[in-house]
Structures are given as C-alpha cells and as structure tokens.
Design a protein around this ligand. Structure first.
Ligand code: ADP
Ligand code: ADP
Length: 233
C-alpha cells in the first residue's frame, strides 16, 4: 500500500491555481521523481506534503488515513521529512552537532548521550550510506555541497523519516557531487524509504527514479512507472 496518497488535491493562492486535480501515490522502496518547469506547482506540492501549507481541495492520506498536517513538525512526526535546498545546516557548527541539530529536545539526546557516542552514531549513519567524512569536528561549511546534502538526508532518516522529500538536491552541484547524492538516494530507497525527488534534471531523474511525475501549470501531465516508459519504435 502507498504510504502517501493524494487524491485530486488542489491549492489556490487567491485566484492563482498553483495546483489542481493532483493525484499521486508514493510508496516506500521507490524514488518518485517530480519534474516540471518553473511555476509548474512543485513547491506548492512539497509545501502541502510537508505541512507548510494546507490544500484547498482534495484529500491527502498517510497510511491510508485522510490527513492534514498543521506544521512541518507534525509531518515529521508522521514520518514525512523534507530536506529543503538550504538544508537547515549551521555552517560554522561541526558535522556531528549538525546531525543532531533540531532534534535535541525531541529525543533528549543531548542530555542522555555523551559526545563520543553522538559522534559514533553520526559516523555510523553516514558510513551505512557510503559517506565517509574523516573529521566530524569540522564545520559543515567547509564540506562539499554533495556531502552537506548527504548529512541533511542522513539526519532525516535517522530521526524517523519514512518518506523524504528532496527539493532539487543536485541543482547546485557539479557532475561528481551530483553522483554522490544520486548514489545516496538509491541507498535510501534500497533501505526502504519512500523518496520524493524534485528535480529539473531529467537525466538525474532517470538515473535513480522508479516512478515519474511531470507537472505542468499545476496539473499532473504524466504519471508513469519505469517499466511503462519503454521507448516505442
Ligand atoms: P514551482 O515550484 O514548480 O516553480 P510553484 O508551486 O512555486 O511552482 O508555483 C506554482 C504557481 O503558483 C505559480 O504560478 C506561482 O506564481 C504561484 N504561487 C506560488 N506560491 C504562491 C503564493 N504564495 N502566492 C501566489 N501565487 C503563488
Ligand atoms: P503563506 O502565507 O501560506 O505562508 P505566502 O504567501 O507567505 O504563504 O508565500 C509562501 C511562499 O511563496 C513564500 O516563500 C513567498 O515568497 C512565495 N510566493 C509568494 N507569492 C508568490 C508568487 N506569486 N509566485 C511564487 N511564489 C510566491
């Protein structure tokens, strides 16, 4: 069963219909790629799923139940985590502190765990996904964009995400760093997460995607799984 379902979801800002009649299924163990030009409604879709905006029409279901998230915190509690372009990392803070940043109160970790233990968790979680950062005391600001993306994603997974929404994670990266992040996306998928991969880059989408959704002027104009995309002669 899909973890996340949208049925005929719409959103208007005044008389601008940013999204209309949007139906979508997101399953765990799949990368759902959402493509579309500027103004297509991608951000609006992310904001609805991540609890920043309420939808004006239609139904959103999580685990089969109609849901309206009142805030990103609520979405996160439901296992839906969004990794925005700015990543919400503090550049001057160390890798391991960033890893726990924002989750200290929720988990009581800063009180319960000692620093060495926290560094170990951070190291292990990144290593699991094939990312090795030799010095976890380094400020994240000195790392590559690809490594920063991976830290933000690993953090979301460690703190209970079942679905991660990645907002243009490769947009600011070169070929090599994009490769690091794309590999990481595949690992997250194979670990059983649902991944929503928002991108402008059809090549990146095709490299890692199982499921492709194209938005145009607020509408879904294509929704296909990989095996439905065979090229016709
Ligand atoms: P994308 O992320 O694909 O570029 P958006 O979801 O940002 O698309 O925008 C979809 C449409 O909704 C655009 O026409 C945009 O101008 C409009 N829009 C987005 N947010 C707002 C807002 N807060 N108020 C008014 N119009 C908005
Ligand atoms: P809300 O009040 O529901 O939080 P806002 O109107 O403040 O929504 O807008 C949310 C985001 O959309 C902001 O980042 C804003 O800059 C952006 N936005 C506002 N108007 C537009 C528009 N016409 N097109 C695209 N984005 C917009």
């Amino acid at each position: 069963a899909p973890i996340l379902e949208l049925d005929d979801v719409g959103k208007s800002y005044g008389n601008v219909h940013a999204l209309r009649g949007c139906s979508l299924r997101v399953r765990q163990g799949e990368v759902t790629c959402v493509l579309g030009d500027n103004g297509a409604g991608k951000s609006t879709l992310i904001k609805i799923i991540s609890g920043l905006h309420d939808h004006s029409e239609g139904v959103m279901k999580v685990d089969g139940e109609a849901t309206r998230f009142g805030s990103p915190r609520e979405a996160q509690t439901g296992g839906i985590a969004t990794v925005y372009q700015d990543l919400a990392l503090a550049p001057l803070m160390s890798v391991w502190r960033n890893f726990f940043l924002g989750n200290e109160i929720r988990t009581g970790l800063l009180r319960v765990l000692d620093i060495e233990r926290m560094k170990q968790i951070c190291h292990d979680e990144l290593a699991k996904m094939g990312v090795v950062i030799p010095d976890l005391d380094r400020p994240v600001g000195g790392l590559s964009g690809g490594q920063r993306q991976c830290i933000a994603i690993a953090r979301a997974i460690y703190f209970g995400a079942r679905v991660i929404i990645l907002d243009e994670p490769t947009a600011a990266l070169g070929v090599k760093q994009s490769g690091v992040v794309l590999k990481y996306i595949v690992k997250a998928r194979d670990a059983g997460l649902g991944v929503i991969f928002i991108t402008h880059n059809p090549h990146h989408a095709y490299l890692v995607g199982n499921h492709f959704v194209i938005l145009k002027l607020g509408r879904v104009v294509l929704d296909a799984h990989r095996d439905e995309l065979t090229l016709q002669q």
